[in-house]
Design a protein around this ligand. Structure first.
Ligand SMILES: O=C(O)c1cc(=O)[nH]c(=O)n1[C@@H]1O[C@H](COP(=O)(O)O)[C@@H](O)[C@H]1O
Length: 271
């Protein structure tokens, strides 16, 4: 199955648009994991098992692993997800962007080393930096469009030739850049009006929407703005609010309860 087909099956078959962001921060882990050399892998595996039936995707953020020298644990985690929960796609959040010859290696890293189903990319350097990822048939790529952070205003909201930069990105990603239907767009939950603009320009593209939970985005507003004609089309990410719902002995149950509540709030707005 392609990445897009996997998402479709989760949106409709499993009735969920929730993505759990795997951003493991050892300083926030429960005490029981403190002395384990494989704490990052152990923590993420437990979170994955506690939430897999509730999600349309998992999104590990590579920096949380690389900053601890734990790339091997990231590899093992993705292998584990594919083996234990093969129906749930993995989005490697790496936000890569570099000249084509280097991008070929980033693409190999994401799809061959880590075996991710999808990757996040920055479009700042232009289409020739996106193209190498499209050589991987069936894989997906989410292109940053209107990000959730305040500083996104610095460039993304500038008007050039009558349209804002994020609108240009949305238009290109849904037309001439989307050579084989592998692209999606990242639009932060903190800016629902811009999610609506992106949806108008890209009616059928999957949208990766981070910024609910810890960043305070409004679930109902972002779902209403971004839902597609089939009441799907969104991968709504929450990381910290689920991962660290409790640091006590009940951390697995608390993470699951937070994920259930988030999925249900999304579905209530989706109907
Ligand atoms: O590409 C992303 O995932 C991303 C884009 C964006 O605009 N804003 C954003 O927060 N993210 C990522 O989404 C996650 C948000 O995590 P929480 O704020 O803990 O839910 C982090 O891994 C960020 O790196």
């Amino acid at each position: 199955m392609t990445f897009t087909e996997m998402l479709e099956a989760r949106w409709q078959g499993a009735d969920t648009l929730l993505c759990v962001g795997l951003d493991p921060n050892p300083s926030r882990f429960p005490a029981e994991l403190a002395d384990r050399p494989d704490a990052i892998l152990a923590f993420c595996r437990e979170i994955v098992d506690a939430t897999a039936d509730l999600v349309c995707a998992f999104k590990p953020q590579i920096a949380y692993f690389a900053s601890c020298g734990a790339e091997d644990q990231l590899e093992e985690l993705i292998t584990y997800i594919h083996e234990k929960h093969p129906e749930v796609p993995v989005i490697l959040d790496a936000k890569r962007g570099d000249i084509g010859s280097t991008a070929e290696h980033y693409a190999r890293e994401a799809f061959e080393r880590y075996k991710a189903d999808c990757v996040t990319l920055s479009p700042f350097m232009g289409f020739d930096t996106i193209k190498p990822y499209l050589a991987y048939e069936g894989k997906g790529a989410f292109v940053l469009c209107r990000t959730s952070n305040k500083g996104g205003d610095d460039f993304q909201m500038l008007t050039v030739d009558g349209e804002r930069i994020f609108e240009r990105i949305a238009r290109l990603a849904s037309s001439e850049w989307n050579l084989s239907g592998q692209l999606g767009l990242v639009t932060g939950a903190t800016y629902p009006a811009e999610i609506a603009s992106v949806r108008r320009l890209a009616p059928t593209l999957p949208l990766l929407v981070p910024g609910i939970g810890a960043q305070g985005g409004d679930v109902e507003a972002c779902v209403k703005a971004g839902i597609d004609a089939k009441k799907g089309g969104m991968v709504i990410n929450s990381g910290r609010a689920i991962l660290y719902a409790s640091q006590g002995e009940d951390w697995r149950e608390a993470a699951r309860a937070a994920a259930v509540a988030t999925r249900d709030a999304i579905n209530a707005a989706r109907r």
